[in-house]
Design a protein around this ligand. Structure first.
Ligand code: IP8
Length: 256
């Protein structure tokens, strides 16, 4: 099985509230469908989650009642994004089944504490493709908190030990500096803890689930649970498909 995360940066415009990229999402759905491989899909929230979640400080937990309406709005928005993604997947023949974390997960103080993995297994067994996503989820300590797609990826990798884990983003992989700001930024082919420690702490889009560094930390944790952990550019046609098929592509390989 291959575990794929469609990052929020590749399926939405992260800077513009609720802006979906139907062309990229449709093409990526087609690439996944063409491989015919068993996959589990996680997607990020992009501008359907982070902008409003930050405005309502949902990543800090619930300290006043007015945040609850914000949480409700974010939950509706990320479900709409998920519907767009699942519609594209099923239109291309992928038997997607949406599994919203708020209905099958629980958090404890900001950490994913329970995920109903039997539900994922049952749908996989049936021959369907579970699709889950970054969401607002009940938290035993904070009331509610943000469950990121990366936390879900880590839990799924731990349980299913996928052959490959692929993070699809809008750049070629992990760079020595922010490639959108620094023309001298170089793609790092192999990323490990030492590389992570040496990366300059500059940010592009700091979002409610942490920086690129937090994400890389999750990836390094996952690398030991799979044969290959890749970060690649989903805006380049064919790259995801080639990676799923096992071809060598431009990407960063994350190792533990
Ligand atoms: O985009 C964030 O998930 P991510 C979820 O995978 C929300 O970090 C609701 C902002």
């Amino acid at each position: 099985m291959i575990l794929v995360k469609l990052g929020g940066s590749v399926i939405t415009d992260k800077g513009r509230y609720r802006t979906f990229d139907p062309d990229t999402a449709g093409r990526l759905a087609e690439e996944i469908a063409r491989t015919g491989q068993d996959v589990v899909i996680v997607h990020g929230a992009g501008s359907f989650g982070h902008i409003l979640a930050k405005e309502h400080r949902l990543h800090l937990g619930i300290s006043d009642g007015s945040q609850l309406l914000g949480a409700s709005l974010v939950m509706s928005d990320v479900r709409e994004l998920d519907l767009e993604v699942c519609r594209r997947l099923s239109a291309k023949g992928v038997r997607a089944v949406p599994l919203p974390p708020a209905s099958c997960a629980a958090m404890r103080d900001g950490t994913l504490h329970h995920l109903d993995l039997d539900l994922f297994k049952a749908y996989l067994h049936l021959g369907m493709v579970p699709v889950t996503f970054g969401d607002v989820v009940r938290d035993e300590v904070r009331g509610l908190s943000i469950c990121s797609g990366d936390q879900l990826m880590a839990a799924l990798a731990k349980e299913f030990r996928p052959n490959k884990v692929i993070f699809v983003t809008d750049v070629d992989g992990v760079f020595t500096a922010d490639p959108t700001q620094d023309p001298k930024a170089r793609l790092i082919e192999t990323v490990d803890q030492k590389v992570l420690d040496s990366l300059p702490r500059t940010e592009r889009n700091v979002d409610v689930t942490g920086s690129i560094f937090a994400k890389i930390r999750y990836m390094i944790g996952m690398a030991s649970l799979t044969n290959e952990c890749l970060v690649l550019n989903g805006k380049v046609p064919g790259r995801l498909e080639a990676a799923i098929r096992g071809e060598r592509v431009i990407a960063s390989r994350v190792v533990s």
